[in-house]
Write a protein that binds this ligand. Structure first.
Ligand SMILES: Cc1ncc(COP(=O)(O)O)c(C=O)c1O
Length: 385
């Protein structure tokens, strides 16, 4: 594995045949992918769509809807579950014993991988890197530790990737079979999970559960979520435009990188299923709303905190400061500027709402590596009040 592989996927290049989850119907629109993509059943689908009450008026949108991916899984929801179905499917198909993944100290992806990966029988190793402290960081660490995940922290992403490479070699030498899941759980194959999500929304529109939205706002980290939704909605015949909100870094969450993620995922799907449509994609087919990241990844912003408060008060929806709060602050800014007047807007809620309190309660901070224990000893950032 090279460092690039760690970012782009397991990189072994072998065609993976369906072994686990063969009896699971993929979305009927491209069931042909069953020959090529493995999938394990983790998610509770479809997730509901829900109108946002008077939050639409408060934020200046014609209509506002939530896509409730916060309830996407039985033990842990949020956007990672749909991707993990395919990632863990590939891991099973490769005969893996161990999962190595990457993320920030409080990564929701690392937690979701720990929870579902260990349930699927894998040993899960998380190569983590520092981030601004917040209460959710502590909770995610404890919950992951409570299910036996091996949590390690490094000085930055490069060191984490290098350590992942070393660990992969070591495990292989011990006759174990390591499988690498990249940062955020995004590769061209796992994006299929969100292509299904876009198709699922298309079904809900067709069934009259909501009108076809003009815009879908979604937070962009590793960007598989935004890419898959854009592709899936278009495959469903919708004209809805994705508005991706960068929350990691502006030089990572670019329109060009989103375009690449869409095109790469489309290539996987068309190779697997010749009936999957081949769209020509342009940068104009979606937008990237910059200006809401704040100082850096996971550093909360006053605008995000305000948006979180409004979502709670006017729609009873619980968001957070690293991803969804920032994405909603982008929507709020556009709404207040009058850009969403008369428009139908859907906010994709990518943050888990399942109660992980029992898991958190079973975790033991004392058993964490010293540098992770620091998150329990040092103050949380000011806006996490
Ligand atoms: C709550 C939440 N929303 C959105 C995202 C971004 O998703 P993606 O990495 O697919 O862009 C993440 C990723 O970690 C997340 O945890």
């Amino acid at each position: 594995m090279s460092a690039a592989d760690a970012k782009a996927g397991s990189g072994d290049g072998t065609a993976v045949r369906l072994m686990i989850g063969a009896d699971l119907p993929l979305h009927r629109r491209y069931s042909g992918t069953r020959d090529a993509l493995s999938r394990v059943p983790l998610a509770l689908l479809p997730t509901a769509v829900q109108e946002a009450g008077d939050l639409a008026e408060v934020l200046g949108a014609g209509e506002l809807w939530f896509k409730r991916d916060d309830t996407s899984g039985p033990i842990y929801g949020g956007n990672k579950v749909r991707k993990l179905e395919f990632l863990l499917g590939d891991a099973h198909a490769a005969g893996a014993t161990d999962i190595i993944t990457f993320g920030a100290a409080g990564s929701n992806h690392a937690l979701a991988t720990a929870l579902y990966g260990t349930r699927e029988g894998f040993a899960v190793h998380s190569m983590l890197m520092p981030q601004p402290n917040a209460r959710y960081v502590r909770r995610n660490l404890l919950a992951a530790q409570s299910v036996g995940a091996d949590l390690r922290i490094f000085e930055d992403g490069d060191h984490a990737v290098r350590a992942g490479i070393r660990l992969k070699r070591k495990l292989a030498a011990e006759d174990r079979v390591p499988f690498v899941i990249p940062f955020g759980g995004t590769n061209a194959r796992s994006t299929a999970g969100f292509v299904n999500a876009g198709l699922e929304l298309g079904d809900q529109v067709a069934a009259g559960e909501l009108p076809e939205p003009d815009l879908v706002f979604v937070a962009m980290g590793s960007m598989g979520t935004a890419a898959g939704i854009a592709l899936g909605m278009r495959a469903a015949g919708m004209r809805t435009r994705v508005v991706g909100v960068p929350v990691v870094a502006y030089d990572v969450n670019t329109a060009d990188n989103l375009l690449t993620a869409i095109v790469d995922a489309q290539a996987v799907l068309t190779a697997a299923d010749p009936t999957f449509p081949r769209f020509a994609w342009e940068r104009e087919d979606f937008s990237v709303a910059t200006g809401f990241l704040g100082e850096r990844y996971a550093q909360f912003t006053p605008e995000a905190m305000e948006a979180i408060g409004l979502a709670e008060k006017h729609a009873g929806v619980h968001l957070e400061g690293t991803y969804t709060g920032k994405a909603l602050s982008a929507l709020a800014a556009q709404g207040r500027a009058g850009a969403l007047r008369g428009r139908r807007v859907l906010f994709w809620n990518t943050y888990n709402s399942r109660d992980i309190g029992a898991l958190v309660g079973r975790g033991n901070a004392k058993r964490l590596p010293k540098r992770l224990r620091a998150y329990f000893e040092q103050d949380v950032q000011k806006l996490d009040g």
